[in-house]
Design a protein around this ligand. Structure first.
Ligand code: DX5
Ligand code: ZN
Length: 219
């Protein structure tokens, strides 16, 4: 699960296959798909139909980040579309344990995402159930925002708990990650790094991916 996961939110959807192949050939570990419904976040992106197309384009794992209301209702659709990992948000979920159980019963990896204003402590009772935690380092809704520095403290805090409790939980960080800060995020304890604008808006996407991989000591 460790590695770089480009978010296609910032890719050119007119040539999505080309964009995905490019990052795949550059050595990324998976593709991050941002699903937004215009309710949980103030933006709408795409649904399972596009995820299923992405799954036809690549053999890489698909990391599906659900920023939607009623995620339970749609988990099955995203699994059918090819999701390998699904994360749901803590903030809009009264029955997180049930949702996580639904994801795991599909035989894929389950994660919970927390917004910048949500304390890591709130996860203590669900943490042993999770394959990964997604620490949002921007407010969800848009690509290309600046990394919120406070997130580093949250990553360190989460890592300490995981080590102390001997959990196997992976830490994913999403938002504002680029070549200049990825090393710091890695050193704070993150394992999975989502990057949208930094990769897809860069002049040389392959070179950016390779530099990022080097910074997290992969390749
Ligand atoms: C934001 C999304 C992110 C976003 C990251 O709501 O969850 O995955 O695409 O994009 P950058 O790397 O541009 O901040
Ligand atoms: Zn995301």
């Amino acid at each position: 699960m460790k590695g770089i996961y480009p978010s296609i939110l910032s890719a050119d959807f007119g040539k999505l296959a080309e964009e995905i192949k490019l990052v795949e050939n550059a050595g990324v570990q998976g593709i991050h798909c941002d699903i937004m419904d215009g309710h949980f976040v103030p933006n709408i992106t795409y649904g399972s139909m596009i995820v299923s197309k992405v799954n036809e384009i690549t053999t890489l794992p698909l990391d599906v980040h659900l920023m939607i209301e009623n995620p339970d209702k749609y988990i099955g659709d995203f699994v059918k579309a090819g999701a390998d990992y699904i994360s749901v948000h803590f903030e809009n979920n009264m029955h997180l344990h049930r949702t996580v159980s639904i994801i795991k019963s599909e035989g894929i990896k389950a994660g919970v995402a927390i917004n910048p204003s949500t304390p890591v402590d709130f996860l203590c009772d669900i943490l042993p159930e999770l394959d990964f935690v997604l620490v949002m380092s921007v407010n969800p809704g848009f690509g290309g925002q600046n990394f919120i520095e406070r997130s580093l403290k949250k990553i360190r805090q989460l890592k300490d708990v995981i080590i102390h409790e001997k959990y196997k939980t992976i830490i994913e960080v999403d938002g504002g990650i680029d070549e200049s800060n990825i090393r710091t995020v890695f050193e704070a304890g993150a394992d999975m790094f989502v990057a949208g604008a930094a990769i897809f808006k860069s002049e040389n996407k392959a070179r950016t991916v390779k530099n990022m991989l080097k910074n997290i000591e992969m390749k």
